[in-house]
Write a protein of this length. Structure first.
Length: 338
């Protein structure tokens, strides 16, 4: 952290800032230039300091953070890309991983139809919510444990891995019995106690960006899971809330290269929640892969017009097949493959 003093700061004001830095247990390195005095703050846990404490002091012009507050999720101490492995399926690295399936598990027939078609097209991970975090308590809440059984059985029949959302710490052990990757939804991204619980499980966690979360907040949420012991974290851009009303959320494609630069963790994109509209899913999926996403999480339904959850943003199996064909052209152009 660097504290820049005002041009007119007095020697006493500089001394008071230096004393405050050392009181916190850090070293203060003072350098006086022609117009400003600058104080460098050095120490193991500088990230713990709140810059505002110094911003408020007399004579201080500006306080700048020079190191990122997320040591485990950041690239600074871990320059190589992390590849998350689930058996023979990987997320990160050269291959682009496709996770596809309905928003919610509804029936054995639905799961069989979707699993068969997405596996044929190129997906390696089947998605499907058994516990649904719905905005309204009157909306379909998911089939619960029965949904997990149907999801696992359909995935196993087609050689797919399984991802599903966990909404409550009490479900963790049941979830771990059925799924390969635990999804943490946008609404839970800053449920910090829950994130610590996820640090204790032996399953990779796909962490979705909160609806109004900055990328720094997303990386700090990942840091919670990693600091609690689980380094297998996948970041997911799923659109954020903005003033735009043409789409359900605003899909932040620029988040992908920014996260890839700041973090070594794999980054996937969810253009289904990112746009909320079926006809926008393919263009944004293509854009996400072109922007460097390591994978996609896409809602696919065999009968989306009658889906119990998120039908309007769920694509038909034929559209998923079309997308896979397009990605086979786009991926090699950026040194990747499906
Ligand atoms: C979902 O994947 O179905 C879901 C609820 O996602 P999000 O948490 O991004 O809204
Ligand atoms: Mn959904």
């Amino acid at each position: 952290m660097v504290i820049v003093m005002h041009g007119q700061a007095t020697a006493e004001q500089v001394d008071r800032v230096v004393a405050a830095v050392t009181d916190h247990g850090f070293d203060a390195h003072r350098s006086t230039g022609a117009s400003h005095t600058v104080i460098g703050v050095v120490g193991e846990a500088v990230a713990r300091l709140d810059p505002r404490e110094f911003t408020l002091m007399d004579g201080v012009h500006e306080v700048l953070r020079v190191s990122e507050p997320y040591k485990l999720a950041g690239r600074a101490f871990h320059p190589d890309d992390t590849v998350v492995s689930v058996g023979d399926v990987t997320v990160g690295g050269e291959r682009i991983t496709l996770m596809a399936g309905p928003c919610a598990v509804e029936s054995a027939e639905q799961m069989e139809a979707v699993a068969a078609s997405v596996a044929r097209s190129g997906a390696t991970i089947l998605r499907g919510g058994a516990f649904k975090p719905r905005t309204s308590p009157y909306s379909f809440q998911g089939l619960g444990p029965e949904g997990l059984t149907l999801l696992r059985a359909a995935a196993d029949r087609h050689g797919l891995k399984v991802i599903s959302e966990v909404v409550d710490r009490g479900d963790l052990s049941l979830m771990c019995d059925h799924v390969d990757i635990l999804q943490v939804g946008a609404r839970n991204m800053q449920n910090f106690r829950f994130l610590k619980d996820l640090g204790k499980v032996s399953r990779p966690v796909l962490l979705k960006r909160g609806m109004s979360a900055t990328l720094e907040e997303l990386l700090l949420a990942a840091e919670y899971i990693m600091d609690a012991g689980n380094s297998q974290v996948i970041l997911c851009e799923r659109g954020i809330r903005t003033f735009e009303t043409a789409t359900r959320n605003t899909m932040d494609i620029s988040a992908i290269p920014i996260l890839k630069k700041r973090s070594h963790l794999p980054v996937v994109a969810d253009p289904s929640h990112g746009t909320g509209l079926r006809d926008k899913v393919l263009p944004m999926a293509r854009a996400a892969v072109a922007a460097g996403a390591d994978g996609l999480l896409i809602e696919v339904h065999d009968d989306p017009e009658h889906a119990l959850s998120d039908g309007p943003q769920s694509i038909f199996p034929e559209q998923f097949a079309e997308l896979c064909g397009q990605l086979r052209v786009i991926a090699p152009a950026i040194g990747r493959r499906l």
